[in-house]
Design a binder for this molecule. Structure first.
Ligand code: HEM
Length: 106
C-alpha cells in the first residue's frame, strides 16, 4: 500500500513568499527516485503569527520512502536546509509524520 510522508513547517508571518520560493527554485530529483509518486507543498491556515505549510509526498511503499531518506539525493536536497533564509522563515524544526494508506479513492 502507498505511503504518505508529511513534514509540517510553521512559517513566520511575512516569510511565506521566501519559503515558497525556496521550494519552487529547488533542484528536485524526486521524479527520478524509485517508488516516488507525487509531491505537493500545501499552504494551510494561519494562526499565532505563523502559517502552516506541509510538504506532502506519496510513495509506492514505506520501503521506497525509507530508501530515499538514506540516499545521497536526500542529503543533497537538504544541504541548504540550515541556510539562514530557511532558518529565518521557520519557527522551530519541521515535524514529520508518516502514514500508511488504508483506503485510496481517486
Ligand atoms: C524526515 C525528515 C524529512 C523528510 C521526509 C523531508 C522531505 C523532503 C522532501 C520530499 C523534499 C523535496 C526533495 C526534492 O524535491 O528532491 C524536501 C526538501 C526540503 N526540506 Fe525536507 N525533509 C525532512 C527533513 C527536513 C528538515 C529537518 C528540514 C529543516 C530545515 C527540511 C527542510 C526542507 C527544505 C527547506 C526543502 C526544500 C529544498 C531546499 O532547501 O532547497 N526537511 N524535504
Amino acid at each position: 500500500m502507498q505511503f504518505v510522508a508529511m513534514n509540517r513547517f510553521q512559517i513566520r508571518k511575512g516569510h511565506e513568499e521566501a519559503f515558497e520560493r525556496i521550494w519552487a527554485e529547488r533542484e528536485s530529483r524526486l521524479k527520478q527516485t524509485p517508488g516516488f509518486r507525487e509531491f505537493r507543498l500545501l499552504k494551510g491556515p494561519e494562526g499565532d503569527g505563523a502559517r502552516l505549510y506541509i510538504s506532502h509526498a506519496v510513495w509506492e511503499s514505506r520501503a521506497d520512502f525509507e530508501a530515499w531518506t538514506k540516499s545521497a539525493q536526500f542529503r543533497t536536497a537538504h544541504k541548504d536546509a540550515g541556510a539562514s533564509k530557511t532558518q529565518d522563515a521557520m519557527i522551530g524544526p519541521p515535524q514529520f509524520e508518516g502514514f500508511e494508506t488504508v483506503l485510496h479513492e481517486a
